[in-house]
Design a protein around this ligand. Structure first.
Ligand SMILES: [Zn+2]
Ligand SMILES: [Zn+2]
Length: 241
C-alpha cells in the first residue's frame, strides 16, 4: 500500500518536474533515473582509448597496443592499475569541472555509477577490502563543503558492495593547488602530504579520485598506503588526462 502510494507520488512529481540531464538540463525520457545524463551527454564522454599505459592508463593516441609509459618505466608507481571512466575531455571534463568547482555534488552519483560499471566490466579478479577516496585537506573541505572524490566513491562502494574507508588516509598538510605547477614542482609539493591514521591496514584497497593528470596525487597516496603495509592498490578515476 505504502510502496504503491510512493510510486504514484513519484510519478506525479515527474509529471510536474520532469527529470532533466544533470549536465545540460535537457529533459530526460520517462523511465530514466532522475539523477542521470541524457544520451547526447553520454555519447560525448570519450572512453579511454584502447591503447594506453597498462599501469597508469595514460592514453597513447597514436599507438595501437598497450605498453608501459615512459614515466611508469622510469618511476614504477605503487598501484597496480588504473580504471578510468574515460578521457578527460568533452562531457567528462565538463562534468568533473562542475562537480569540483561549480558546487554540483549531485553529479558524483551518475559519474560514480559509470565508473563502477567500467570496473566491473574490466572483469579483474581484484577484490578490494575497502574503498578509499583521495582526502581533501580540512581547509579545502570547508571551502568546498564536500570532498568530490568521496562523493564519487559512495556509489562505487554501493555498486561493488565494498565498505568505504574515509579515515585511514589523511592529508598531513595543506598543499598548493597542483594546477599550473610543473611535474617536478607537483612532486615536491605533495611529498609526504598524506599519512595513515592506523598501523593496521587492509590488504587490498581501491583508491578513488576525480581526475588524473600527471598522476602525482594518486602516486603519493598509493606510496603512503603501500609503505604502511597495504599489499595491492588499484586506482579508479573519472577522467584520465
Ligand atoms: Zn545532457
Ligand atoms: Zn604509465
Amino acid at each position: 500500500m505504502w510502496a504503491r502510494f510512493c510510486q504514484e507520488l513519484a510519478a506525479c512529481v515527474d509529471l510536474l518536474l520532469p527529470p532533466a540531464c544533470l549536465l545540460c538540463g535537457q529533459l530526460l525520457p520517462t523511465g530514466l533515473d532522475a539523477q542521470s545524463f541524457c544520451h547526447a551527454c553520454l555519447t560525448a564522454m570519450p572512453p579511454l582509448s584502447p591503447a594506453h599505459c597498462r599501469r597508469c592508463a595514460q592514453p597513447f593516441p597514436n599507438a595501437t597496443s598497450n605498453h608501459l609509459c615512459g614515466t611508469c618505466l622510469k618511476r614504477p608507481p605503487s598501484f597496480s592499475t588504473v580504471h578510468a571512466a574515460g578521457i578527460y575531455q568533452g562531457s567528462i571534463k565538463d562534468a568533473v569541472h562542475q562537480l569540483k568547482y561549480r558546487n554540483q555534488p549531485t553529479l558524483a552519483e551518475p559519474l560514480g555509477q559509470i565508473l563502477a560499471k567500467v570496473i566491473t566490466t574490466a572483469g579483474s579478479s581484484f577484490a578490494p577490502d575497502c574503498i578509499v577516496p583521495v582526502p581533501l585537506h580540512p581547509h579545502r573541505l570547508r571551502q568546498r563543503g564536500y570532498n568530490q572524490a568521496l562523493e564519487v566513491a559512495r556509489p562505487i562502494a554501493r555498486e561493488l558492495r565494498v565498505p568505504l574507508e574515509t579515515t585511514l588516509l589523511q592529508r598531513n598538510r595543506k598543499t598548493q593547488q597542483q594546477q599550473g605547477l610543473s611535474a617536478t614542482e607537483r612532486r615536491s609539493n605533495l611529498r609526504n602530504a598524506f599519512v595513515l591514521t592506523s598501523k593496521t591496514v587492509p590488504r587490498k584497497i581501491l583508491l578513488i579520485d576525480d581526475v588524473m593528470t600527471t598522476g602525482e596525487t594518486v602516486r603519493e597516496c598509493c606510496r603512503t598506503l603501500v609503505a604502511g603495509g597495504v599489499e595491492d592498490v588499484q586506482v579508479a578515476i573519472i577522467g584520465r588526462a
